[in-house]
Design a protein around this ligand. Structure first.
Ligand SMILES: Cc1ncc(COP(=O)(O)O)c(C=O)c1O
Length: 375
């Protein structure tokens, strides 16, 4: 582990975000809940999923009702793709031609990885990061240039820029990143994207975008609205909307690039998922609810990190990444014995763990279990 990495600079998480934001997160209500809940959390009847960054509350009631109403159309081809494109266009202030719908953002990630590899070369990516696009590209013959995160575990844009070679076809960025839930400072990111996209593709994976509460963050969607070419922004309904099993994602790019992506994509989303997506993206109440609950869950678990002096990266998403000091496999096994499923090993951090935010009583149970085992 890099010696510069200490608890203090990790706490600063996303670029210049101050510790004050963490304090703000510990609202009276969540602290009260934490104190009362921690005293008496019962063991769960089945495994608690804290392993895949899912939303424990979704899909919303309105999304489920929309699917129930759409059952009777399940025998029909076609659907309401155009309505979904129009809705996304109005939410994101881009043209419908700048959007493609995918079977989860995973399909788009894979399509983009394949597209960037049709003409063999390299792809520059942070390390560690989310691997789906990179695996697809590697399978197609691209070389992946992994650029380690910096000493604060932030994506190192300067090092990424320096790693670009003449044969680099794409730069992949994940913002917030995964498994490290840090963000890239918005101005530095925009400058980077504008410069790099002059000559090659830049893919920005914004799967956790809706959870970010950090003034240093900005989506790169305005570049799509502006018509900047060679930039792809990916979004998913899997996270804040709780659609992981429904498979709805979106790609945003210049219309010519969308056409190229559509040539490579092969999936489509079911009529049920389409109807669910149409209402979910208009259901602000559920999104606010999921965001607020996630914040409370983060406060509970990050509160424990502070209390125990554990090193962690302040989260901008629906998961945390922290140093247990225990071999990841052993940590996962002991958590499993207590009906808690946590994230797998992420190199190069064999003694760190990724834990997804579940319901707040489940987070309280996680804290209770962790403390009983390791303090
Ligand atoms: C950063 C990131 N991008 C994309 C995905 C893919 O999600 P989905 O295919 O469900 O949209 C995930 C899933 O966890 C993720 O963490």
């Amino acid at each position: 582990m890099n010696p510069v990495l200490n608890r203090r600079n990790l706490l600063w998480g996303g670029a210049s975000l101050a510790g004050a934001a963490l304090t703000a997160r510990l609202t009276d209500t969540s602290v009260r809940f934490m104190n009362s809940a921690l005293a008496q959390v019962a063991a769960p009847s089945g495994p608690i999923r804290m392993s895949s960054n899912e939303n424990p509350y979704g899909p919303s009631k309105v999304a489920i009702e929309a699917m129930q109403a759409a059952f009777s159309q399940s025998n029909l081809y076609g659907g309401i793709g155009n309505q979904i494109l129009e809705l996304q266009a109005s939410i994101e202030k881009v043209s419908p031609e700048s959007i493609t719908i995918s079977a989860g953002s995973g399909e788009l990630l894979q399509a983009a990885g394949i597209l960037a590899s049709l003409d063999k070369g390299s792809i520059v990516a942070p390390y560690p990061t989310f691997g789906q696009l990179l695996r697809a590209a590697e399978d197609m013959g691209s070389e992946i240039i992994n650029v380690p995160v910096d000493e604060n575990m932030h994506i190192d844009l300067e090092a990424m820029y320096a790693a670009i070679r003449p044969d680099t076809k794409m730069v992949y960025l994940c913002n917030p990143n995964n498994p490290i839930p840090s963000i890239i400072e918005k101005k530095a990111l925009e400058d980077f994207v504008r410069t790099v996209a002059k000559d090659r593709l830049v893919f920005i994976d914004e799967a956790y975008y809706e959870y970010v509460d950090n003034p240093d963050f900005s989506s790169m969607m305005p570049l799509i609205a502006e018509g900047v070419n060679n930039v792809i922004v990916a979004r998913t309904a899997s996270k804040i909307h709780g659609f992981a099993g429904l498979r709805v994602g979106f790609g945003f790019a210049h219309p010519e690039l969308i056409e190229r992506l559509n040539l490579v994509k092969t999936g489509s989303i079911s009529i049920l998922a389409q109807h669910a997506a149409l209402v979910a993206y208009q259901d602000k109440e559920f999104q606010d609810f999921a965001r607020a609950r996630n914040k409370e869950g983060l406060a509970i678990v990050e509160g424990m990190f502070d209390e125990l002096g554990l090193r962690y990266v302040k989260s901008n998403a629906n998961f945390v990444f922290f140093e247990t000091g225990i071999d990841n496999e052993a940590f996962r096994a002991s958590m499993r014995e207590h009906n808690i499923l946590v994230g797998r090993l992420f190199q190069p951090y064999p003694t760190w763990a990724r834990v997804s935010i579940a319901k707040r009583e489940e987070m309280a149970y996680f804290v209770q279990t962790y403390k009983s085992l390791y303090t």
